[in-house]
Design a protein around this ligand. Structure first.
Ligand code: ATP
Ligand code: MG
Length: 458
């Protein structure tokens, strides 16, 4: 959008500033017709309904929203009745999903401001429904199904720029928390008392950093100030939720910036303690470079709409411990055994903070275990390695390692060439250097060559 004209506003009866959108500020055509339909039908049934959250924020920045959220005065069960194509989900936050083919519009009932005694607000919106809010003794909100007015809903949201309500039919934005001004000034600002809001939900620490990186906004001083000291609150958040947030942090196209900000605000150690620890050591340049390259390549893939996999990033983030273990092993120790042991240790240690689910940890281990196998360039093994389902990811990882000096760049080039040439050339490339005594009858040795470039060619 262009500059929002904040003066072009009046107050409504609920204390919201009503901002009339002008054409140059807002391209209504970018709004999903299904989202407009949902708002329209709810309003037709006499409910209040608005687009809210990330989609409004993104539309105001002239970015394509990735999905559309609707906030309404209708209760979840009422939303369910208005839309046959809907179902109710969620325990922590009860929501309706309205489905149009592959698109899902998320419809949430206005939240109450959450009286801590669990009775919720008494504005008549609960209509005898179960209204529960569970608060942990550390201040965390465990369950939040207290419904309320739109005004309360605005103050329950996290950041001011996420609490703007767009009426696509009136072409107005309703704002009770000064979100338009913060939006113009490109500021991430928590609504209410920052410390209290972080305690209620420590994931907001990560969200602040994520939105700042994604939108290229600054974090308002009072919102920024508690971040580095409140990081330890993250240990109280269920691991599955943290894992989901990690995916958002690293797979939304701004992974490198987000990672640097997590380091700067001392939050990385609450998500990847081993990585944070290793990066704080003096000789961490090559690990930092490896992580940087992996994050940068993930960002470029997102920008090109190519698929991205979290396990590749985890392989880079947690690589340092494995490389150390292999490098420091005794000569008498089998490298393969050392690697298996170290991988187990790394994953166990990681599980103390955020366990990686098997769907990530298994392919990550494969990417790692294939690394020493790249050093075996003679005979049939290189041909077989090409067919391994994890070959491509492991080869990409090898390239990153070669670029950072963790592996011989000549080896990486060999593999690039090996893939590019035809089968005759491939056979030549893998012929034994000199005719050796027949090895065919011998079982291939179990021990792969070294994962670090200290040994020669296999
Ligand atoms: P994006 O989808 O781009 O990550 P978003 O702002 O839409 O960003 P969602 O997680 O989809 O983020 O949440 C939708 C809206 O719900 C937010 O804009 C915010 O208003 C509210 N919200 C989400 N998470 C929280 C939270 N932890 N605390 C308070 N409000 C939240
Ligand atoms: Mg969203």
């Amino acid at each position: 959008m262009g500059e929002a004209n904040v003066k072009n506003e009046q107050l409504n009866e609920e204390g919201f500033r009503v901002h009339h959108l002008s054409e140059h500020e807002f391209n209504l055509d970018s709004i999903s017709p299904n989202a407009i339909k949902v708002v329209h039908q709810l309003k037709a049934q006499g409910y209040e309904a608005y687009l809210v959250g990330g989609c409004v924020r993104d539309l105001l920045l002239d970015r394509e929203p990735k999905d559309f959220d609707v906030a309404t005065s209708a209760l979840p069960e009422e939303v369910r009745q208005v839309f046959r194509n809907s179902r109710l989900i969620g325990r922590r936050f009860r929501l309706a999903h309205v489905r149009f083919g592959r698109e899902i519009i998320e419809v949430a009932t206005f939240r109450g401001s959450g009286a801590a005694n669990g009775t919720g607000s008494d504005n008549g919106n609960n209509k005898g429904q179960e209204t529960t809010q569970e608060i942990h003794e550390d201040g965390r909100i465990l369950r939040d199904n207290v419904y309320g007015s739109m005004g309360e809903d605005a103050t329950r949201r996290d950041f001011t720029i996420n609490a703007l309500y767009l009426d696509p039919e009136d072409e107005t934005v309703l704002d009770r928390v000064n979100g338009m001004v913060d939006h113009q000034n490109r500021l991430i600002r928590l609504i209410g008392d920052p410390e209290e809001r972080y305690r209620e939900d420590p994931v907001r620490l990560l969200r602040a950093v994520r939105f700042a990186a994604k939108l290229d906004f600054a974090i308002a001083p009072e919102t920024l100030q508690p971040i580095s000291t409140f990081g330890s609150l993250l240990s109280g958040v269920p691991q599955a939720r943290l894992y989901e947030e990690i995916l958002k942090l690293f797979l939304s196209g701004h992974a490198l910036q987000t990672f640097e900000d997590l380091c700067r605000h001392d939050l990385l150690k609450h998500l990847f303690p081993q990585t944070a620890h290793m990066l704080n050591q003096t000789e961490s340049d090559s690990l930092r470079q490896l992580i940087t390259l992996a994050l940068r390549s993930t960002d470029s893939r997102v920008a090109e709409n190519k698929p991205v996999t979290p396990y590749f990033l985890f392989a880079a983030l947690l690589w340092g411990g494995l490389e150390n273990a292999v490098q420091n092993r005794l000569d008498s120790e089998n490298e393969y055994v050392v690697m298996q042991h170290a991988m187990g240790e790394i994953l166990r240690e990681q599980a103390q903070t955020v366990a990686l689910p098997k769907r990530s940890s298994i392919p990550m281990r494969e990417v790692w275990t294939l690394q020493p196998r790249f050093r075996q360039r003679r005979g049939s093994r290189p041909h077989r390695l090409l067919d391994h389902p994890r070959f491509r990811a492991a080869y990409d990882f090898l390239l990153l390692r070669a670029e950072t000096g963790s592996e011989n760049s000549e080896l990486a080039e060999w593999w690039t060439q090996f893939q590019a040439v035809g089968s005759n050339q491939r056979k030549k490339m893998t012929q034994p250097r000199q005719q050796r005594r027949s090895t065919r009858s011998k079982k291939p040795s179990q021990k792969p060559a070294s994962v670090v470039s200290k040994s020669g060619d296999a």
